[in-house]
Design a protein around this ligand. Structure first.
Ligand code: NDP
Length: 315
């Protein structure tokens, strides 16, 4: 049978390119989990994904209610779940003030981390029940959360501190809108959320890989300088960033190539190792990359898991 894969944020950029790459194999039915139904439908058509290979289901990660509804709707569809890709993200580098999710969490961490945390926890049982030969939960990471790399050292650096802002509710009222309790910084909030993504992947691995056989992995697909992720950035940045990445850092990858990489992590029979953060070298070969000290801190991962459980209403 065909595999079923859910991809969040499949209406543009990396998610769309991955949906296309997987759908084209003819071996996958792609559920595009998107907040904008029409945009997702148009996007699927624009890249030529054929009707029988995808469906769009509504998911707004900035609302935990919507996440719960999505899980219910997916279950009612009667499809098995063979792979889940947590890909959607918002990046608000020029925001001066925090904005918030429906439940009042700072938007970047609320969407990129907390929404996905609840989604992955709710769908874990569905993945467990799948009889597919490889079952995978992939959370898209980023180099920007890795302070052991050059790109990860561009200020402001990711730092979750002792999680006091998150533990306080991340709402800018009783607590700071930043995980570490500091002043709001949109670029840092994004990087922090990506560190959360990578810590969450590893904590899933420690808690569930042996028992369930599910592969948990993360990846840095390369710098896809052309996606909508940079839509909130200043125009000069948007103009100069793609050539800068292409010719100076040489970290640039096209959306198509990055989509191929993520599709590989979802479906390649040789990439079944769990707990791994995948990256690609100059020859486009995958390798197991090292995470920064903070992004591989097991104690912090456990604490993040417990605090996040409380915030999303699982504990
Ligand atoms: P895009 O902005 O093109 O895609 C992000 C997607 O997330 C969009 O489809 C967007 O939906 C969706 N999204 C945003 N908020 C929500 C929400 N509340 N609910 C549901 N969906 C939502 O960016 P990319 O493709 O670049 O980003 C994809 C992933 O790749 C992210 O995890 C990012 O961190 C990661 N990444 C990107 C890199 C890059 O260089 N671009 C480098 C490393 C990692 P909509 O279409 O409706 O706006």
């Amino acid at each position: 049978r065909k595999g079923t894969v859910i991809i969040t944020g499949a209406s543009s950029g990396l998610g769309l390119a991955t949906a296309k790459a997987l759908a084209e194999t003819g071996e996958w039915h792609v559920i595009m989990a998107c907040r904008n139904f029409l945009k997702a439908e148009k996007a699927a058509k624009s890249v030529g994904i054929t009707k029988e290979n995808y469906s769009v289901m509504h998911l707004d990660l900035a609302s935990l209610e919507s996440v719960r509804q999505f899980a219910d709707t997916f279950r009612r569809s009667g499809r098995p779940l063979d792979a889940l890709v947590c890909n959607a993200a918002v990046y608000l580098p020029t925001a001066k003030e925090p904005t918030y999710t429906a439940e009042g969490f700072e938007l970047s961490v609320g969407t990129n981390h907390l929404g996905h945390f609840l989604l992955a926890r709710l769908l874990l049982d569905d993945l467990k029940q799948s009889d597919y030969p490889y079952k995978r939960l992939i959370i898209v990471g980023s180099i920007t959360g890795n302070t052991n790399t050059l790109a990860g050292n561009v200020p402001p650096k990711a730092n979750l501190g002792d999680l006091r802002g998150l533990a306080g509710g991340l709402n800018g009222i009783q607590s700071s809108a930043m995980i570490d309790g500091g002043d709001f910084d949109g670029a840092k909030a994004y990087k922090d959320s990506k560190v959360c993504n990578m810590l969450t992947m590893q904590e899933f691995h420690r808690r569930y890989n042996e028992e369930t056989g599910i592969t948990f992995a993360s990846l840095y697909p390369g710098c896809i300088a052309t996606t909508g992720l940079f839509r909130e950035h200043i125009p000069l940045f948007r103009l100069l960033f793609p050539p800068f990445q292409k010719y100076i850092t040489k970290g640039y990858v096209s959306e198509e190539e990055a989509g191929g990489r993520l599709a590989q992590v979802v479906s390649d029979p040789s990439l079944t190792k769990s707990g791994v953060y995948w990256s690609w070298n100059k020859n486009s070969e995958s390798f197991e990359n090292q995470l920064s000290k903070e992004a591989s801190d097991a104690e912090k991962a456990r604490k993040l898991w417990e605090v996040s459980e409380k915030l999303v209403g699982l504990a």
